[in-house]
Ligand binder design. Structure first.
Ligand SMILES: Nc1ncnc2c1ncn2[C@@H]1O[C@H](COP(=O)(O)OP(=O)(O)OP(=O)(O)O)[C@@H](O)[C@H]1O
Length: 214
């Protein structure tokens, strides 16, 4: 459903290519996990897929059609590692309405329930939520937008183990109906996750069959 071919990304401000000859396929029901050390290019990869950056070479196709950078911005539901840098709403309710302008109370509550935020106060500022809750809120906005492609940057970073398990369960559930790509520097946390696994090293992506040691 999503297919990247021979992707090269080399912004003018970098001394060399950040992504080189990247190929990847992702489909509904089969989430993709990309592991990589800090600086290997994980966020750059998601940003190019989401149309926040443009590649120099290669193609990104969705359902067999090549997409422009602008079309990718529309398609991709990016959940940043630090969503608080991207919040626009002054309250949680306003933030949710970015995903759906005429949002009814039931839809709002359903989205919050889905991401495990059933009991938060909608009149609070999004910044009052914990880091893990902020990522869930950002995810709820993308679900309300109806994003068919979810791109998650380090969804487990900085969470304690019990919350991590909830996040992994949530991602598994979401991947049954959407194409999902997760990048992480802690792939060991995903050891029993059913997914396609890749390793990113210095901008080069390789499929992996065994996980690196924890
Ligand atoms: N626009 C840019 N211009 C120059 N260098 C960049 C640009 N974007 C990213 N880089 C550099 O490219 C490398 C890869 O960055 P990227 O953020 O994609 O890595 P990452 O794997 O997500 O790292 P981390 O896990 O630390 O967030 C880093 O060395 C970064 O400083």
């Amino acid at each position: 459903m999503l297919e990247l071919q021979a992707l090269n990304y080399a912004p003018a401000t970098a001394s060399g290519p950040l992504l080189q000859d990247v190929a990847l396929k992702a489909d509904i029901g089969r989430p993709v996990l990309v592991a990589g050390a800090s600086g290997s290019g994980k966020t750059s990869l998601l940003e190019v897929i989401a149309g926040l950056s443009g590649q120099q070479r290669g193609s990104i196709c969705w359902k067999g059609q090549e997409l422009s950078q602008r079309q990718r911005r529309w398609l991709g539901g990016m959940v940043f590692q630090f969503p608080e840098r991207h919040f626009l709403g002054l309250t949680i309710a306003q933030e949710l309405r970015l995903g759906h302008r005429r949002l009814g109370g039931d839809q709002q509550q359903a989205a919050l329930n889905t991401v495990g935020l059933a009991n938060i106060r909608l009149s609070d500022a999004p910044e009052r939520l914990s880091g893990g809750q902020q990522r869930r809120l950002a995810l709820a906005v993308q679900l309300l937008r109806g994003a068919e492609l979810l791109l998650l940057d380090e969804p487990t970073a900085g969470l304690d183990w019990s919350v991590r398990a909830d996040v992994l369960n949530l991602l598994s559930q979401l991947s049954k109906q959407r194409v999902l790509i997760v990048v992480t520097h802690e792939p060991q946390l995903f050891h029993d996750w059913s997914c396609e696994r890749y390793q990113l090293r210095n901008g080069r992506l390789e499929p992996v069959t065994t996980l690196p040691a924890a």
